[in-house]
Ligand binder design. Structure first.
Ligand code: ADP
Length: 617
């Protein structure tokens, strides 16, 4: 059972728990990022209160004054009061708009800042969570839920705070309206409450429907983004064109789009009926209230001004009750969405985290009966692997595609934990080391390494961000990998941005140059164990020869593990491990292995040598 399923079934969080947890988080983010949001909310409150004063009280006062004049009261005394009331009305309106405008525009601006802050947290979690999660569909769907949940589904920090604000505001408005109505037309109160109860009930039903459909949409939203945005991106551009696959991808994307539209249509159909029922309850409320107030005014039990004030108060009472109901629903709903973000941030580590530091200069590595299945995988990819690599040893790892060579490296780098057995470094299980400290052991260049849209310098120096950047070391790393001449030809030298997508003056490196840059990055790291996974695959024969020639200088006295299909390179290594049938089938020096009759290595070497002989003749 996955962590999320467990969390759902054993510890099903109640609405109050979720709301409290999210509010606490949201308020702490707001407080740490932009405290002035609280002042702006207060200013907005004053603005809204002034507007209520203008609608509820001032018209009654004005009408009663006008009616008094109409009934023969002295004009000179009443006219002065009327002027004061008009001035108050105009000022209340002006200040109300001014305060609300200032507050709303500031809050809008702050909302972008909060959004950035939350996105940063999300991005940091995505980059630091255990590597195996980056390909786990459950985690990726949760990531999408978190992204949507904290942005447009919940309205983010400002959206959630706004719902809470509306609840507080509605409670105060309700108290004011109830006081007015209780004095002048008390029977309106039960009518409003019943109507509001019905509307609230129908809204609640709609909200449940929305939550249910949100869960259904998260996965298809993610797949839709993949089809519509990831596939057309630069990295896929060449394959898409060369295989003329635009139609196929668009068709698949449309399929997901139709799926989503069908889900939305169903959601809308279910919600529409509830909305109509709410409207009917509302119409009954209006009819009954006006009938009752009109009756009291005609009977002379209340003045015309009182009637106006009561009518406004009744509508305000209804609005406030609805506001409380809707916003409590809205707040819990928004918190539920945003909770997905907190669940994502809380996603626990898959790998046990130790705290030991790796000490000393020389390190021995040992695989002890290591077997491994990929997470969620059924089949063993490695079975009972045993090998010892001494400090300073140069090991070549060979085998057919899919034999498990890269997986062996990934386990050593602790991107995954072994399923059975253990890996020891200096006699200690690697699960006991702190991951940051442990990773310092390795300089790795994977087959599918990544360069980033930063300068050449940044791409190399990111090899070791703990160290003070140094031009001399940068030059040395570029020189060793054979990249320095190419770098010198770049328009802005080391400061040239790689790729054109983010900088119009950026450059596009050739496959070989990219590989040399990646090797430079690994060399710049200067770690005690160098791992090169098919490092020369994209290099031309001369560059490859140069790398081999410099291999000893490149890795020096360090431990080196070297995966290659070109067996001629194995001669440079002290030992060779041949992977086949999920394990190490042959192990020894080049001379030992070529002599094994019918041996895998001997056959592979023979086949390659044959190819070169034929090619040369
Ligand atoms: P090699 O480097 O020798 O070509 P790999 O170590 O990349 O082989 O792959 C060994 C086996 O593990 C292959 O069958 C491959 O399909 C499988 N495999 C590789 N990566 C993953 C992964 N992330 N999830 C599941 N299976 C994987």
């Amino acid at each position: 059972m996955s962590w999320l399923d467990e969390k759902e079934s054993e510890n099903k969080p109640g609405l109050i728990f979720v709301t409290r947890k999210v509010l606490k988080y949201i308020f702490s983010v707001a407080w740490k990022t932009k405290k002035s949001v609280f002042f702006m909310a207060f200013l907005r409150f004053i603005g809204q209160a002034l507007s209520e004063l203008k609608v509820l009280l001032l018209p009654k006062l004005l009408i009663d004054e006008i009616m008094a004049i109409k009934d023969g009261a002295p004009l000179d005394t009443h006219i002065r009061t009327i002027v004061i009331y008009v001035a108050l009305t105009v000022s209340a309106e002006f200040l109300s708009r001014l305060f609300q405008n200032i507050a709303n525009s500031s809050i809008n601006y702050m909302s972008t800042i909060f959004e950035r802050t939350l996105n940063e947290k999300m991005c940091e979690k995505s980059m630091t969570m255990d590597f195996q999660y980056t390909e786990d569909p459950e985690v990726l769907t949760q990531q999408r839920k978190a992204q949507d949940g904290i942005s447009w589904y919940s309205g983010g920090v400002v959206g959630i705070m706004d719902s809470l604000y509306q609840i507080i505001y509605s409670i105060l408005l309700m108290a004011t309206s109830v006081t007015i109505i209780a004095i002048y037309c008390p029977l309106i109160i039960p009518v409003q409450i019943v109507a509001m109860g019905l509307v609230f009930y129908f809204n609640l039903k709609n909200q449940k429907i929305e939550l249910e459909f949100y869960g259904k949409l998260a996965k298809s939203n993610r797949l839709f983004t993949y089809f519509m945005f990831d596939i057309p991106s630069y990295k896929n551009g060449m394959d898409t064109r060369l295989y003329d696959s635009a139609d196929m991808f668009t068709e698949r994307g449309e399929q997901f789009e139709y799926e989503q539209i069908a889900v939305w249509a169903e959601q809308n159909r279910l919600q529409r009926t509830n909305r109509v029922k709410g409207d009917i309850a509302n119409a009954f409320r209006d009819a009954l209230s006006y009938f009752y107030m009109g009756f009291r005014a005609l009977k002379g039990l209340i003045t015309v001004g009182d009637f106006t004030m009561c009518a406004s108060a009744a509508s305000r009472l209804y609005q406030s009750l609805l506001g409380i109901g809707n916003n409590v629903q809205e707040l819990t709903k928004r918190c539920n969405y945003a909770y997905q973000f907190l669940l994502y941030l809380d996603y626990p580590d898959a790998l046990k985290k130790g705290d030991k530091a790796v000490t000393g200069e020389k390190h021995t590595i040992e695989f002890e009966h290591v077997s491994f299945k990929y997470p969620r995988g059924e089949e063993y990819v490695l079975k009972d692997v045993n090998i010892k690599i001494s400090s300073g040893e140069h090991l070549s790892v060979v085998g057919l595609n899919g034999a498990g060579k890269t997986t062996f490296i990934k386990l050593l780098c602790r991107l995954y934990d072994v399923t059975e057995g253990r890996i020891l470094v200096d006699g200690i299980d690697i699960r006991e080391y702190s991951s940051h400290e442990y990773r310092k052991l390795f300089s790795v260049v994977f087959q599918d390494f990544m360069l980033f849209a930063f300068s050449l310098r940044d791409n190399v120096e990111m090899g070791d961000t703990d160290r003070e950047a140094s031009d001399a070391e940068l030059e040395n790393a570029l020189e060793l990998s054979g990249m320095s001449e190419d770098a010198a030809k770049l328009e802005k030298g080391y400061d040239t941005t790689l790729f054109k997508g983010y900088d119009e003056n950026g450059t596009e490196l050739s496959g070989g140059q990219k590989q040399k840059t990646a090797i430079s990055r690994a060399l710049y790291r200067n770690a005690p164990v160098v791992i090169l996974d098919e490092p020369t695959a994209a290099l031309d024969p001369i560059a490859e020869y140069e790398i081999y020639k410099k291999f000893d200088t490149l890795v020096g006295g360090k431990t080196a593990i070297y995966i290659s299909h070109r067996l001629s390179s194995c001669k440079f290594c002290d030992k060779i491990a041949v992977f086949s049938d999920k394990t190490i089938k042959e192990y020894g020096t080049h001379d030992e292995l070529v002599d094994i009759e019918g041996g895998i290595y001997a056959e592979m070497f023979e086949a390659q040598a044959q190819y070169y002989i034929e090619a040369a003749s």
